[in-house]
Design a protein around this ligand. Structure first.
Ligand SMILES: C[S@@+](CC[C@H](N)C(=O)[O-])C[C@H]1O[C@@H](n2cnc3c(N)ncnc32)[C@H](O)[C@@H]1O
Length: 230
C-alpha cells in the first residue's frame, strides 16, 4: 500500500532530525494536551512509522501500546528502537485500510496517516478500522493535514505542500521534505467535511477539531487534531 515509505525508511533518521524541534515544541505538547492523561490506557497507533508516538504514549504511562504500519522497513526501524530501549511496545505490519479487530483499545491514534487514503472509500475503511478497534466509549485522535494550509510555502516543520490551486477531496498532493537528497511524499487532500463524513459513517460521535498549538499566532497550523468517540 505504501511502498514510498519502504524507500523513505532509509532516510527516516534524517526526517526525524529535521522534524525534531517541531515535534518537541508543537506536535507532542499539542497531542498530549488533546489526549489528557493516558495512565493505564491501552493504545493502538495507526501508521506508527518508526514509533515516535507509541514510545511517547508508553512513557506517558499507557499500559499496552501496539503500533501498526503498512511499511515493513518502518516497522523494522521501530523494532530496532524497541531493542535499543525496551519499553514493551508491540508492532505489527498492517494496512490500516484493511484492519482486523486486534483488540478493544481505550485509545486509537493516527498521526499523519489518514491523508494517504486515495479515495473516500479508503478513508472510510481506515476510520472503520479505528472504530472497530476501540472499546465502547474509547477515543480516536488523528493528526491530519490542515486543508487551509497555503501551498508552495515552506512550513515551520520545513515541509512544502504542493496541491492544486482549488483542491477537491481526494486530489493527489505532494509534500517535499528538505532531506539530502530531497524526498517527496504523495498524499491526498481531504477537507474537514470529508473526514467528518467518513467518521460519522463508521459510527463515531463527538467529533472535535483543534489546531496544533505552539506556533506564532499568525501562522496557519500545518496540522489539525481531530478527535472522535466510539
Ligand atoms: C508521515 S508517516 C507518520 C508516522 C508516525 N505516525 C509519525 O507521526 O511520525 C506516515 C506513516 O503512515 C504509514 N502508512 C501510510 N499508509 C498506510 C496504510 N494504508 N496502512 C498503514 N500504514 C500506512 C506509512 O508507512 C508511514 O510510516
Amino acid at each position: 500500500m505504501t511502498p514510498q515509505y519502504d524507500l523513505i525508511a532509509a532516510q527516516y533518521g534524517e526526517v526525524d532530525r529535521l522534524l525534531q524541534s517541531y515535534r518537541e515544541n508543537v506536535e507532542i505538547p499539542s497531542i498530549l494536551r488533546a489526549l489528557g492523561p493516558v495512565d493505564g490506557a491501552s493504545v493502538l497507533d495507526l501508521g506508527c512509522g518508526t514509533g515516535p508516538f507509541t514510545r511517547l504514549l508508553r512513557r506517558e504511562g499507557a499500559a499496552d501500546v501496539l503500533g501498526v504500519d503498512a511499511s515493513g522497513p518502518m516497522i523494522e526501524l521501530a523494532h530496532l528502537e524497541e531493542g535499543e530501549e525496551p519499553l514493551g511496545v508491540r508492532y505489527e505490519v498492517r494496512d490500516i485500510a484493511d484492519l482486523p479487530v486486534l483488540g478493544a483499545f481505550d485509545l486509537v491514534t493516527a498521526a499523519a496517516v489518514l491523508h494517504y487514503a486515495d479515495s473516500f472509500d479508503t478513508l472510510t475503511r481506515m476510520c472503520r478500522g479505528a472504530y472497530a478497534n476501540l472499546a465502547p466509549g474509547g477515543r480516536l485522535l488523528a493528526v491530519v493535514g490542515n486543508p487551509g494550509l497555503e501551498p508552495e510555502v515552506p512550513q515551520p516543520n520545513g515541509f512544502i505542500l504542493h496541491r492544486p490551486a482549488v483542491p477537491r477531496d481526494g486530489d493527489p498532493c505532494t509534500i517535499s521534505i528538505p532531506t539530502d537528497p530531497p524526498s517527496t511524499l504523495a498524499v491526498h487532500f481531504w477537507t474537514r467535511a470529508a473526514y467528518e463524513r467518513a467518521l460519522t459513517a463508521c459510527g463515531f460521535t463527538d467529533i472535535t477539531w483543534e489546531p496544533l498549538h505552539g506556533l506564532p499566532a499568525a501562522t496557519e497550523p500545518v496540522n489539525l487534531i481531530v478527535t472522535a468517540r466510539r
